[in-house]
Design a protein around this ligand. Structure first.
Ligand code: ADP
Ligand code: MG
Length: 689
């Protein structure tokens, strides 16, 4: 009888084969190959870790504010104090007077002169040899020590199977043609080198991951990713979707009707993206396009045009938005544009009464509803369409990959997929588009509708809040409107609500001649809609709001926005919020109030936001801060894909990998599967999204 043993800590991290261990590459290295005298260490160790050794001449437990161990070591050149705030009796014993120790750490100026706080300590003899290679430090987990990982990796590297798993099979001719240099080591050598770099290795390039051994590994990893993305691309082209070419009976079409009722002409950029999208819709495979355009660039009308063409061909269209307020805005707009044309629109949100919801579901299912607007409710509830031809997903980064897939299961047919149009005001940097998003076509609206004014952004200390309020008074007196956005408190919706109510009361008192309104996430949707309608009608002059207004709200006469505790918001949030103003003819202003003390990161963020309103610049900054996962709305996917590549540092490699992937697919189909399995194993699933 066999009993199933629980997985070891190594297995829990997925380190269950020699190959997995071989690819568990160090996250950094420590240089223990060099030893300095204490005198040298005192000078050189100021900003980075340094290794020295000596004999213990004093060891005492002291009480300052807490119990601590102070040890002094000495060699022929000088002495050095070591300080330990937490220590075990075994350490005290290890560093007894007369013992010889090798220590590594940073030298800092303490109360009693130079000292090392919590150095790494090793008992040695005066002539203990130094290690021959740099010491690898591995990604670890609780309960899994460096020592255990090192031992397992060492064993794995000697495993006979590894020769086969890491065999060189990329055609040398192809590699030579593509790679800029031929000094990249073979894969197996590269991996061994990265685990055990020799003492004379270029430590800096190893740490920065620009060493040729790293390059080799990064290239292979990117190659696997590019191949799988290209395959996903091919798979989509084999899928079926209904083709919506432009209808011939022009006069009677909803599309023509819409173009007639629009109170404006499309901008050049809008016309261009609409023709790109129109072409996609005429294909017999599903569109998978991202429409990218800064806040206020006019994406909504493009969604409406795509919906119109879909409806003209007798299929249903749906528009899904991440918040109730945004979805409602779309609903109102679509009613305004489409109802005069006799289009039947369904509204579906989480806050509908059971009966209303059932009614909406019925007309969606029967096909009577030509256009459906809604929130997540569109995929959460038991909705299925009679014949869905187009799904528009606004602010797509707020949805996960899974939710975008979900809509495919509601189209009403097993025979075809629906076209998908994603829209986002958060631009995707090029490097990201080339990797994670390679099977997504992208259209960009790079022009704002005419008459937009730039937004002047000011960064103001919270201490000057009263001045801001009196400025607000003058502003409202000019018959303009304004937003007051309350601080973001992510941990607690209740706290956020509380601060909003406080600000609302304070502002109501301070501005007695004006009507102040309050909107927040806890209001019922009718209440929210009523407040928004009153604001739009200028019955409310100042709207105090939590971040529920973050996306999509459109009131051109409101050209001033104050954001409280701006330091708590991220780049994208402020950029989105700020996009609510600057839509009318008045000069627009955004005031970022911040509370001190300001962290360095927050300071830089606010400064950047003051200096630029270019969504691309802001997105790049955001990416370098947060990593790609959050921008994609698919955190789970990104992390698993690229382990050794940094999209910013290694951007130039992506292009090489792209070329190599194309050539490999075209000329060496037999190698493709082998390469994918080596690098991705089971992690390829999400790419089909
Ligand atoms: P976003 O891209 O942020 O979703 P919207 O679609 O909400 O932007 O458009 C912002 C505002 O610009 C709306 O009031 C819309 O009616 C208006 N708008 C859109 N396109 C044009 C245009 N070509 N000319 C003038 N105004 C436009
Ligand atoms: Mg929008």
């Amino acid at each position: 009888m066999t009993t199933k043993r629980p997985p070891t800590a190594l297995e829990k991290m997925g380190l269950n084969s020699p190959m997995a261990l071989a690819l568990h590459l160090p996250s950094r290295y420590e240089d223990e190959t060099e030893l300095f005298t204490i005198q040298e260490a005192l000078g050189l160790g100021r900003f980075h870790s340094i290794q020295t050794q000596g004999v213990v001449i004093r060891s005492q437990v002291m009480f300052h504010s807490r119990r601590q161990l102070l040890v002094t070591i000495e060699d022929d050149t000088a002495s050095l104090q070591l300080r330990f705030l937490n220590f075990y009796p075994s350490q005290q014993k290890q560093m007894a007077v007369g013992a010889h120790v090798r220590v590594r750490g940073e030298v800092r100026e303490g109360y009693q002169g130079a000292e090392m706080v919590h150095p790494i300590v090793r008992a040695v003899t005066p002539d203990s040899p130094l290690p021959a290679s740099l010491t690898s430090v591995y990604p670890a987990s609780a309960g899994l020590s460096q020592a255990i990982i090192r031992k397992a990796v060492l064993k794995a590297l000697q495993d006979a199977s590894l020769k086969e798993s890491l065999a060189e099979f990329l055609p040398p001719k192809l590699m030579a043609e593509i790679l800029p240099t031929n000094d990249w080591p073979p894969l197996q050598d590269a991996i061994t080198y990265l685990h055990q770099p020799p003492a004379d290795a270029n430590t800096q390039s190893l740490l920065e991951r620009t060493h040729s051994a790293w390059r080799r590994v990064q290239f292979e990893e990117l190659l696997a990713q590019q191949i799988s993305l290209k395959r996903a691309h091919a798979i989509r082209r084999e899928r079926r979707a209904p083709s919506f070419a432009k209808t011939k009976q022009k006069a009677a079409s909803i599309e023509e009707g819409l173009l007639k009722v629009l109170p404006f002409e499309l901008t050049g950029a809008q016309a261009r993206v609409w023709s790109e999208i129109g072409l996609d819709l005429s294909n017999t495979f599903p569109m998978n396009r991202l429409l990218q355009g800064d806040v206020g660039s006019g994406k909504t009308v493009i969604a409406a045009l795509a919906a119109a063409r879909t409806m003209d061909r007798g299929y249903q269209a749906a528009i899904m938005a991440p918040t109730e307020i945004l979805a409602e805005q779309h609903y109102l707009k679509m009613q305004e544009w489409f109802e005069p044309l006799g289009v039947k629109i369904a509204w579906l949100s989480g806050s509908l009464k059971v009966k209303e919801k059932r009614l909406a579901q019925e007309i969606i299912e029967s096909g009577e509803a030509q256009l459906t607007i809604g929130t997540h409710a569109l995929i959460q509830d038991k909705v299925s369409f009679a014949m869905l031809g187009l799904a528009v997903i606004d602010e797509q980064h707020r949805f996960g990959v899974r939710q975008r897939l979900e809509i495919q299961q509601r189209v009403g047919s097993e025979l075809f997929y629906c076209h998908q149009l994603m829209m986002s005001a958060t631009p995707i940097p090029r490097t990201l588009a080339m990797t994670y998003y390679a099977d997504l076509d992208i259209s960009v609206i790079d022009e704002l509708p005419p008459g937009r004014k730039p937004i002047a952004t000011k960064v103001v200390k919270a201490a000057r809040r009263d001045e801001v309020i009196s400025g607000l008074h003058d502003w409202l007196a000019k018959e303009l409107q304004a937003y007051w956005v309350c601080s973001l408190i992510e941990e607690s919706e209740v706290l956020q609500l509380q601060t909003a109510v406080e600000s609302f009361e304070q502002l109501t008192q301070a501005l007695p001649n004006f009507k102040v309104g309050l909107v927040h996430g806890r209001l019922k949707s009718e209440e929210k809609a009523a407040v928004m309608a009153a604001f739009k009608a200028n019955e409310i002059q100042l709207l105090v709001a939590t971040t529920v207004i973050e996306v999509g709200v459109d009131v051109p006469n409101a050209a001033l926005m104050v954001i409280e505790h701006a330091e708590r918001f991220g780049y994208a949030q402020i950029h989105q919020l700020r996009g609510r103003v600057g839509r009318g003819s008045a000069d627009s202003v955004c005031i970022l109030l911040y509370a001190e003390p300001l962290s360095l990161a927050a300071k830089e963020r606010l400064q950047t936001l003051r200096e630029t309103s270019d969504g691309f610049v802001i997105a790049e900054r955001d990416l370098s801060l947060r990593g790609p996962g959050e921008l994609l709305g698919a955190k789970q996917s990104g992390d698993a894909m690229l382990r050794f590549v940094d999209l910013q540092r290694d951007a130039w490699l992506i292009e090489l990998a792209q070329i190599a992937a194309e050539r490999l697919l075209a000329e060496h189909g037999d190698l493709v599967k082998r390469h994918l399995e080596r690098w991705l194993g089971s992690r390829t699933e999400f790419l089909k999204a």
